[in-house]
Design a protein around this ligand. Sequence first.
Ligand code: FA5
Length: 344
Amino acid sequence: MDYLELRNSFLSELHGVLNTVELQALRSKYTGKKGVVTQKLKAMAAAPKEERAALGKAVNEIKDFIETQVKEKETALSKKDTRSYVDLTLPGAYIKPGGRHPVKIILNEIIDIFVSMGFAVEDGPEVETDYYNFEALNIPQNHPARDMQDTFYIKPQGAESPSHSNVESNIVLRTHTSPVQIRVMEKRKPPLMFIAPGKVYRCDSDISHTPIFHQVEGLMVDEGITFANLKAVLEAFLHIVFGPDVPVRFRPSFFPFTEPSAEVDLCCFACKGSGCRVCKNSGWIEILGAGMVDPRVLNMAGIDTEVYSGFAFGLGIERIASLRYGIDDIRLFYEGDLRFLRQF
Ligand code: FA5
């Protein structure tokens, strides 16, 4: 390689240099100990005496040229390109850790309490058939009890609108976790003692209702189960969650799948019972529905009602979370406002 070639090849490589690391590598390739230019200097010793002076001049010129170019490039890079530097002394970017959603915190707590009482945990589909969501729970088609729960119907593929008329093919977003009672009773025989936590859906929205919410279903079926067992389990549960002094009331109610039925209310946290907008001036907040499983439902699931009886309940988790945290509008749980969510 003659000197012109050497200079040109250096310049073209220099042109492609993007950062100081590459620049130092290029410099040592040419003028480092084993560099091309250094080799040429060494080779001078073997050249005829009369040529040495001219050779030395040329090599030194190219060496100076390379050093000058490297310095200029270094200055240009330090002004322009800082991306190539990794400053290991800089503090790292802080990523705020996520947190559990308040509803999930309460849900896990509730599951733990029932598991500690000996309940198993079961699961069921959120997209449910009309049969499990209504029929098998003693809520026939066209029965007024269907109005108790505003239902989201799923539009079957190809259909123009969701069908309400054909029970066989109706698909719904489950309106409660009670269908899991039937699914488990069909699979397993008593004694049964389980809870079924999960999401449920209703076309409903105000300060105490959201379209998606969570329930925990509970079912206990065995010989000799009575309402006293139901009351004992629920009172023990509520006193663990809210403390032993919180006023709890069992109010007679109606569910097509339990007889007798009750709703359970807790004293309103906001007004302590005197009546306010949160409790709709009643002084109480309804948190669950419960009752003795209707023998018709047990029969439909193939359980001998001469031998077995059972109780069931369905807790509203958002209501429990709002009572625990003193939240006066449960829609806040689902607005995704981090200022709200970071408080838990
Ligand atoms: C039921 O859903 C029954 N399946 C409960 C049940 C189970 C009764 C087993 C008997 C035996 P209800 O519609 O009342 O019942 O709802 C139960 C609880 O869910 C209510 O007490 C309330 O706490 C909560 N809840 C109901 N609708 C909503 C809603 N839209 N948003 C938030 N929570 C709700």
